[in-house]
Design a protein around this ligand. Structure first.
Ligand code: FES
Length: 414
């Protein structure tokens, strides 16, 4: 059922069953949110989205309140703005003042809210929180001091990933979001998929930054630095650098990486072709032997960890083939090293990947042979963008180049 309501003295259309926030957004009226996530059940936890409704004494959270026919709503009245400002000031009163050094500086929802609401001074006294970072995971860093208790990671991990690594711990002023018993992430059931990072509004959860290791290797004349590029990285990078659709970003990226100092630039897609051949071979054998079927195959390390954590009974159904990242890494350290007459330990191999779980995969014991890792460091697309900016390069201004042989070609079968 469609009906009219009044918002900021204008009539707009509303649909029965929608929340106030959905109605406002459909009409192009913007209200800030923090704990709200589209397609998830609203919790009304942060109350940043409050609006004033004529005839009601209290302010109501628009994300969780259904719209009704009689409503006359004010989204930016002085009372509403004052309430939102007070909430953000309270959050800032226990938030570290290290924005300049924070990995999310310039990409932080709390910073944006403070900016939007014109907060230019600390009116509430600082409540210092001494909670240490947890850098124990190979992929995800947890910094509880920066958590605003919005619960987005808790809900995403539980409702979308289905594993509930995070939950609220403690009560009142001592409430935290963390793994069970506030354990370190490396001993929790985290599968390192990094989806909590995607939904975290601040720097409370962020990917492990490995840029400095790569820089050291690039500056070390004893090292032969090699990089492999996952095909999916180019697409996200094009978005990050506003490259127009249709431009051949792969070639621009290859040229940029050479300018940064990598001696060889390879394609992970070559490893994907190897993977497909091996998967088909293994499947054929299982079908012929009528054993261990159905066979599950995935090059996603988070999926493999999920199976290890939750489906021991199905582990023998997993394809034993390595992922394209690890196949390419292994070929670089062994086949390519032999071909070039370079010692494997001299090669520093970097993988550019779209996912934090790939960092975890590269550090698994199975992917190290006689103390030499197939892949030394994995950088996510975000880190790659930072690396390119660090070297002052404009990806749009370089002339495209081809990747290096022997891992330059691909069939796209992968
Ligand atoms: S966004 Fe509505 S209560 Fe948090």
């Amino acid at each position: 059922m469609i009906f009219n309501i009044e918002v900021n003295q204008k009539t707009i259309k509303a649909r029965k069953g929608d929340t106030i926030l959905e109605t406002l957004r459909r009409s192009g009226i913007s209200v800030p949110t923090l704990c709200n996530m589209e397609t998830f059940t609203p919790t009304g936890a942060c109350r940043i989205c409050v609006v004033e409704i004529e005839g009601r004494d209290d302010l109501v959270p628009s994300c969780s309140h259904p719209v009704e026919e009689w409503m006359k709503i004010h989204t930016h009245s002085p009372r509403v703005i004052h309430a939102r400002k007070t909430i953000v000031e309270l959050l800032l009163s226990s938030h570290p003042d290290d924005c300049l050094y924070c990995i999310r500086n310039g990409n932080c929802e709390l910073q944006d809210l403070a900016e939007q609401l014109g907060i230019r001074e600390r009116r509430l006294p600082m409540v210092k929180t001494f909670i240490k970072q947890d850098p124990s995971s190979a992929s995800v860093v947890r910094d509880p001091a920066k958590c605003v208790l919005c619960g987005r990671c808790v809900r995403f991990c539980k409702e979308r990933i289905g594993i509930s690594t995070f939950d609220f711990i403690g009560k009142g002023m001592k409430t935290l979001v963390g793994p069970t018993f506030n354990n370190q992430l490396n001993v929790s059931n985290c599968i390192t998929c990094g989806q909590c990072i995607m939904v975290c509004p601040t720097g409370a959860l962020h990917e492990k930054d490995n840029i400095s290791q790569v820089q050291h290797a690039l500056q070390n004349p004893q090292k032969y630095t090699v990089v492999q590029i996952s095909p999916t990285v180019s697409v996200s990078l094009a978005e990050e650098f506003n490259v127009k659709p249709g431009r051949e970003l792969d070639g621009l990226l290859v040229a940029t990486l050479r300018k940064i100092g990598f001696q060889k630039v390879f394609k992970t897609a070559f490893g994907a072709d190897m993977m497909v051949l091996q998967i088909v071979d293994e499947l054929m054998q299982r079908i012929e032997n009528k054993t261990l079927l159905p066979m599950f195959s995935s090059d996603c390390p988070a999926f493999v960890k999920y199976m290890e954590e939750y489906h021991h009974d199905l582990l023998d159904r997993l394809c034993t083939c390595k992922s394209p990242q690890q196949i390419t890494g292994n070929l670089i350290k062994h086949h390519f090293a032999r071909q070039q007459k370079i010692k494997a330990e001299v090669i520093y191999s970097v993988a550019l990947m779209p996912c934090t779980a790939k960092k975890f995969e590269a550090q698994r014991d199975e992917n190290t042979h006689r103390g030499i890792s197939d892949v030394d460091t994995v950088l996510t697309t975000r880190e790659l963008a930072r690396l390119i900016r660090l070297y002052g390069l404009d990806i749009q201004q370089v002339a495209p180049e081809l990747p290096d042989s022997p891992f330059a070609i691909r069939s796209s079968a992968g």
